[in-house]
Structures are given as structure tokens and as C-alpha cells.
Design a protein around this ligand. Structure first.
Ligand SMILES: NC(=O)c1ccc[n+]([C@@H]2O[C@H](COP(=O)([O-])OP(=O)(O)OC[C@H]3O[C@@H](n4cnc5c(N)ncnc54)[C@H](OP(=O)(O)O)[C@@H]3O)[C@@H](O)[C@H]2O)c1
Length: 309
């Protein structure tokens, strides 16, 4: 409470390392400079000793005075010193530079991750406030065709069966692949029971779960709303949200959308959940792609696209 708080160092480890290396570098260069001066003075002295004072005047090798050898050897040592300072002990070295670069890249990646997380949180808050505004304002329900981009996606048998005991009735890998490719990156709107039929949320899609329960718990990132209208309102910035079921939600949504992506399984099944009958006076078939049975597909099926007339 009383007394001064110890000042926290504002220099981080990397900065400190940089400063220490810079100081070491200055010392190395100072020493090299001192060596150079010493070499000059020494060389002059050697010349004076030999030529002026006549010391060792007669000591020669191959006709060359000893001081020439002494100065040459010293000069070589000086060159070696220069080489050491400018090449061998080059500032921080390549490995250090690489390490710094990696650190920098790591920091940037961390920053990007943080930004992404913040963006996702912001989207969630916005979505929640959209729900709030919908609930508290007197604005009328979403009008029938303001949600024209929303598409129903469903796999239904010839008798419109779509599920039994909260699971799908068949396994058609091509259908699952198509579902994945169409819905990836988009909002997928579903009833609480369909959501619970997944072992975990599907990757790369924004889940919007409809329930009347006020305290329904979901994993992080999943949006919960209490009506189909709110689910559609929340997905309004998505160019192509999908309504993925189940029976109760399809029943309410079929009058609100303009497009149905149907996988018609050419077989009749016992079921407890059904897709509503498609009234062809209201819906026009615009695409139909038949797939026969094969080793991995036990039933014939067709991918059919319907557009509202
Ligand atoms: N073949 C396919 O393409 C396909 C696709 C999806 C699902 N399915 C199958 O369909 C079956 C599930 O369908 P389902 O009809 O039983 O359930 P569902 O439609 O998935 O979910 C029903 C739940 O949604 C909530 N709900 C429905 N209308 C609501 C509204 N107006 N306002 C607020 N909440 C509302 C309620 O949750 P609360 O009870 O929590 O209030 C209700 O119990 C499963 O068998 C599944 O495998 C098949």
C-alpha cells in the first residue's frame, strides 16, 4: 500500500538480447580500431628501431631486414582480426536472424488467431442482439419472402419418410457428400431434435438451433433461437442459409422458402417423421439427377431441385 512499487522492466527478452549484442559488437569494433592504431605505431617504431637506431641492422633473411618480416606478420594478424570481426562474428549470425524471423511469424499468426476469435465473438454478440431486438421490438414477424435465399435441404423417401427414432433411415454417401458441399460455410437452421441427432456440431457451418426451452445449453459457437423467424433473421447476412430439418421445422419452413434441394430416395420406409407433400402447383422441378443402386448405395435416388413458381 505504502512505499513505491517496484518498476517493471518494459524491455522484453528479445529487446534485451538485441541491446546486449549491439554492445558486444561495439566492443569488438573498438578493439579492432585499437589494434589498428597499435599496429601503425608499432610498425613505425620498428622501422625507427631498425633504420634510425640501427638495432638489428644486420639481421636479414634472404636480403630482407627482420623488421619487414615482423611488420608483415603483424599485418597478417591484423587482417585475421578484421576477418573475425566482419565475417566470423558477423552481427548475431544467420541462425539468430532465422530464429527472429520465426518468432515474428509466430507472433503474427497468434495475432491473426486472436483477431479471428474476436470477430467470431463479435458476430455472436451481434446475433444475440438481433434476437433481442426481434424479441423486444414491435416489428412484425419476418415476412414470407424476405428470406428468399433460405433453402430447404432434405432427403425423403417415396412416402416422404425422413427419420425414425431421431435418426436417419438410410446411408447414402453421395447424398451426405452433396449435403456437405452445399451447406459448408453457411448457416444451417435446425430443430432441437435434429441438432441432438448429431454426435457433435458439423464442422465449418454455423448452427442455428430452434427450441422453446429458455435455457437450452449448446457448445460454444452454436446459436440458439426460439422461433424459425428468428433463425432466418439471424442468418440474413448469409447469401445461402439452409434449413436442414427435421420434420417439425420443414413443416413450418416450406411456406417461407423459395427453393428445395431434395434427395428423393426411391423406396418406401416405415418412419415416425415425414416431409410435407410437395405441391407441384406451387413448386417447379428445375433439376433432376438420377443415381442408380451400386455397391455403396443400397437404393436408387435422385437429386431434385424445386423452385417456387
Ligand atoms: N432425412 C432428412 O433429410 C432429415 C433431416 C433432418 C432431420 N431428419 C430426421 O428428422 C427427425 C427429427 O425431426 P423432428 O420433427 O422430430 O424434430 P425437429 O424438427 O428436428 O426438432 C423439433 C424441435 O424443434 C423445436 N421447435 C420446433 N418448432 C418450433 C417453434 N416454432 N418454435 C420453437 N421451437 C420449435 C422444439 O424443440 P423443444 O422441444 O426443445 O422446444 C421441437 O421439439 C430425426 O429422425 C432426424 O433424423 C431427417
Amino acid at each position: 500500500m505504502f512505499g513505491r512499487k517496484k518498476q517493471k522492466s518494459t524491455i522484453d527478452k528479445d529487446q534485451l538480447e538485441l541491446i546486449e549484442n549491439a554492445q558486444r559488437r561495439i566492443k569488438q569494433k573498438k578493439r579492432l580500431y585499437a589494434h589498428f592504431i597499435l599496429f601503425l605505431i608499432g610498425s613505425v617504431l620498428l622501422i625507427i628501431v631498425n633504420t634510425v637506431l640501427g638495432i638489428g641492422e644486420y639481421i636479414t633473411l634472404y636480403g630482407i631486414s627482420w623488421f619487414v618480416y615482423a611488420i608483415s606478420i603483424w599485418f597478417l594478424l591484423f587482417l585475421y582480426h578484421v576477418f573475425n570481426v566482419y565475417v566470423t562474428q558477423k552481427f548475431m549470425g544467420k541462425a539468430w536472424e532465422q530464429q527472429q524471423l520465426q518468432k515474428l511469424v509466430g507472433l503474427q499468426e497468434l495475432r491473426i488467431q486472436k483477431l479471428k476469435e474476436e470477430l467470431r465473438k463479435e458476430e455472436m454478440v451481434k446475433a444475440q442482439s438481433d434476437i433481442y431486438n426481434e424479441t423486444t421490438s414491435n416489428t412484425p414477424k419476418l415476412e414470407k419472402h424476405t428470406t428468399a435465399q433460405a433453402t430447404i435441404i432434405v432427403a425423403a423417401a417415396e412416402n416422404n419418410a425422413i427419420g425414425k427414432n431421431n435418426t436417419l433411415i438410410w446411408h447414402l454417401s453421395k447424398d451426405l457428400k452433396r449435403f456437405k458441399s452445399l451447406t459448408s460455410g453457411h448457416h444451417i437452421i435446425m430443430g432441437r431434435k435434429t441438432f441432438e441427432s448429431f454426435p457433435k456440431p458439423l464442422p465449418n457451418r454455423t448452427h442455428v438451433v430452434i427450441t422453446r426451452q429458455s435455457n437450452y445449453k449448446v457448445p460454444e459457437g452454436v446459436i440458439v433461437v426460439n422461433s424459425l423467424e428468428k433463425a432466418l433473421a439471424i442468418s440474413k447476412n448469409d447469401s445461402q442459409p439452409f434449413i436442414i430439418g427435421g420434420g417439425q421445422i420443414y413443416e413450418q419452413a416450406i411456406s417461407m422458402v423459395d427453393k428445395i434441394e431434395l434427395t428423393r430416395v426411391h423406396e418406401t420406409f416405415e418412419a415416425d417423421t415425414f416431409f410435407p407433400e410437395i405441391d407441384t402447383s406451387l413448386w417447379e422441378e428445375t433439376k433432376n439427377e438420377f443415381h442408380p443402386k451400386d455397391e455403396t448405395h443400397n437404393y436408387e435416388f435422385s437429386f431434385i431441385t424445386y423452385q417456387r413458381r
